[in-house]
Structures are given as C-alpha cells and as structure tokens.
Design a protein around this ligand. Structure first.
Ligand code: UTP
Length: 408
C-alpha cells in the first residue's frame, strides 16, 4: 500500500491527523489503519460544514391513508390474502438491529435489554414472540433476517444461541451485517477510537437491502421464493410482524410497498408523516413540517398530514431490486461518539459530541413507485423504546405491554 497515496487522500479531506501515531504502530496495526483509510469514503465529512442541512424536500401534498374503518370492512379479504402469501413462503421479515441505541445508554445490543419486572423479558424475546403470532396463525415458519453491525454482531448471535432462539426455528433465522461509516467531530475531523483505528458507527438503517445483497442474504431470499419483506425496528415491542391483514391489503391493492402508520397524538408530535413529495410517496420528518403543513386540512376537514410512521414497512423484493443503484440522501446526525483523547484514553461522552452519517429507510419509500399507508391502533401496536425514562421509554413501553396483557 502506497503511503503517499493515502496521505494525499487524507490531505484532500483535511484528515491527516489520522496518521498522528502511525510511526509508533506495529506493522499489523499500520496495515489495519491504512486498509481502513483506503476503504473509507471521506466525501461525507464535507457535509459537516452545514450540519447536513443540504437535504432538500420537494413539493409536499397529502397522501390518502387506508384507515381503520376501511380495513375493518375488508378484513377477511385481506387476512385471507395475507395468510395465503405467508403459507406459500412469499413473506420474510427483516429485523433492523444494527443501531447503537445510544439514547437507551446500554453497551449491549438494544434487543438484549431486559424490560421485565418480575421475570426476564428481553426486547428480542418480545420481537420473536410477536412474529410467532403470525407463525401460529398460518402454521408456517417465516424467515427472519436480523441485521447487526460490526459493533454488535457477535454479541447478538451469542445471545440468540444462549436463549435457544426464544423458541424460534433457527433454520429460519439469518444474521447479516450492515456497513460502517466514519464518525467526526463538529468540525468534520474524524475521531480515532484507538491509535490504529478510526471511530466508526453503523451507517444508518437505509442500507439494509444493499447489506442483504452484499452479505448473501438476498440470495437466500430469492432462492426461497420470498417476494415480500416486512422490515421493522428492534425497539417497538408491541408491533405486529408479518401481520396477515397488512400484507394482504398491500398485495390486494397492488402496491409496491406499505407502511404502518398511527394517527398523530397532536399536530406537532415528533413523528415522520406520510405524504406525497413531487407526486411520489414520501415521509416528511417532524422538523421539516412547516406551520402551514401542520395546520393543513383535507376535504373532510381532518388534518391533511395526520399519520405518523412507526418503522414497520412491507416492500416488494422485485421493486427493491429496481432501486438498488439509486443514491439516497445522507443524513448528518448529532450523536455520542466514543473517541480516544490526547492521552490515549477511550472517552465515552455523556452528551452528543459529533456527527454520524446515515442513510435512512424512510428515504427508500420515496424511491418506491407506490406505498400504502395502513392505519393501526397506537395503543395496540406502538411501544417504542428509545430512552430509559420519559417519552418513548422503557417505562411507557411497559405500561402499554401490560395494557395489552403481557406479563412483565
Ligand atoms: P434509531 O433511529 O432509534 O437509532 O434506530 P439507534 O442507533 O438504534 O438509537 P440511538 O438514536 O443511538 O438512541 C431505529 C431502528 O433502526 C435500526 C435500529 O437498531 C432500530 O431498530 N438501525 C439504526 C440500524 O439497524 N442501523 C443503524 O445504523 C441505525
């Protein structure tokens, strides 16, 4: 490896500090660092200059939602269509568990968090139990793909093994890893996590399909005849997974994708809402929602942007393959980034100290030719665990689980 080429690359992006300890490293460490530098795309650090504000939205208009009453009227039809798709092996599930869960503040993977009160109840266990409901209804195992990252791959696999896959059929579980991206301070200087490694973090949940492809998991999807993937977050312990009514509605109505949504609790609730952007399905984040959009009304006098996404999507695999080459916006997110200080100590900050670079699954919706927003009841299907206490926390999720008859 030519050190002068590496130096030029670092100079171009203002990252020469990464070689500060280079001369003191062993040969193996030198190679480790040079390889990491060579494989890293540094262009993203240029986004730090404006804090990533350059992602611009197009023209936003309302998108009609399949509401609870309409779902109820056609429930049998959708249910039967969904059950038939699952029974014929056309539906797989993808658990996004590559995140760092920094807000929850546990070093272990978020899914290993124990939310039980009188007994052990792990987040992963709840997820598997929820998926098992669909297995019980249909009498068919559903392939579960679990996305991890370099930071939690081994511990996640180890935990599932230790817990005997929470009773799931392990032949139907596949783990795959997502890619990593460098993490920088507010001036765009990439942090080091040791003298021979840059700080990296998972590159967001938007790369899940590319990572499935790179890891060989997509090959498995195709070989097993899976046509639809239900993709969901690790932290919503109440969600229905491979829900036959949702799957059936998307298939019957001929959509390329579907998104579960809940009615917003208030116009300014911090959730991304479904809409059309330049005529294509999209999600506008709460901080992008102007006063005007927040107060806009539809023809029935209801708020026009009233349904928030809960990170539970259904995608048609063929449609996903068509958009694989398309580029996605890169979001610059303020996060807590562990780093090595001048004394060589690894520091784990208590508050955000820099930027991570992420693509987001919600941007994939805009690449789809159509997407069905499908309403679900918040108190039955939405209990996200983002924080330890307060909003969207272990406490609020526990309350909701208990209301739904789950013993903790
Ligand atoms: P969040 O946006 O809540 O991020 O992820 P996070 O990293 O888990 O948590 P914080 O923000 O640091 O507290 C939503 C979902 O996307 C997954 C998460 O595991 C969660 O299921 N995710 C997020 C990934 O799989 N990879 C990522 O790079 C980021």
């Amino acid at each position: 490896m030519d050190i002068s080429i590496v130096k030029k690359k670092l100079e171009k992006y203002g990252q020469t500090h990464l070689l500060k300890y280079f001369d003191e490293l062993t040969e193996d460490e030198k190679n480790e660092l040079l390889t990491q530098i060579e494989e890293t795309d540094f262009s993203m650090v240029e986004l730090c200059a404006d804090g990533g504000k350059s992602v611009k939205k197009g023209s936003i208009t309302p998108l009609s939602v399949m509401q609870l009453s309409e779902i109820e009227e056609n429930k049998e039809l959708y249910f039967n269509a969904g059950v038939s798709a699952i029974k014929s092996g056309k539906v797989g599930a993808v658990l996004l568990a590559g995140g760092m869960g920094t807000r929850l503040g546990s070093d272990a993977p978020k899914g290993m968090y124990n939310i039980g009160e009188t007994r052990d109840v792990y987040i992963f266990e709840r997820i598997v139990r929820n998926l098992m409901d669909a297995v019980d209804i249909t009498g068919s195992w559903i392939h579960l793909f679990i996305m991890t990252s370099d930071k939690n791959h081994e511990s996640t696999i180890g935990f599932f093994k230790e817990k005997n896959y929470f009773g799931y059929n392990k032949e139907y579980i596949t783990f795959f890893k997502q890619e990593m991206a460098p993490a920088a301070d507010y001036n765009g200087k990439i942090y080091m996590e040791s003298r021979s490694r840059m700080s990296t973090s998972p590159n967001g949940n938007g790369g899940w399909f590319i990572s499935m492809d790179r890891s060989g998991a997509l090959e498995k999807v195709k070989n097993s005849g899976i046509e639809w993937l239900n993709v969901f977050a690790v932290d919503n312990v109440l969600q229905r997974i491979a829900d036959p009514v949702f799957v059936g509605a998307v298939i019957e109505k001929g959509f390329a994708a579907g998104s579960k949504v809940v009615k917003k609790a208030s116009p300014d609730e911090n959730v991304g809402v479904m809409c059309l952007e330049d005529g294509k399905p999209s999600i506008v984040e709460y901080y992008e929602l102007t006063e005007e959009l927040m107060n806009a009304k539809d023809e029935k006098g209801e708020p026009a942007y009233n349904y928030g996404v809960i990170l539970n999507y259904l995608f048609n695999v063929k449609e996903l393959e068509k958009i694989m080459e398309e580029s996605m916006p890169l979001h610059v997110v303020k996060k807590k980034i562990p780093y090595m200080d001048e004394n060589g100590q690894l520091i784990k900050p208590d508050s955000p100290n820099g930027y991570k670079f992420e693509t987001l699954i919600l941007d994939m919706i805009h690449l789809m030719k159509s997407c069905l927003p499908f309403e679900v009841r918040r108190e039955k299907e939405f209990a996200p665990i983002k924080n330890k206490t307060g909003i969207d926390s272990v406490d609020t999720a526990r309350e909701l689980l208990k209301k739904n008859g789950v013993e903790l």
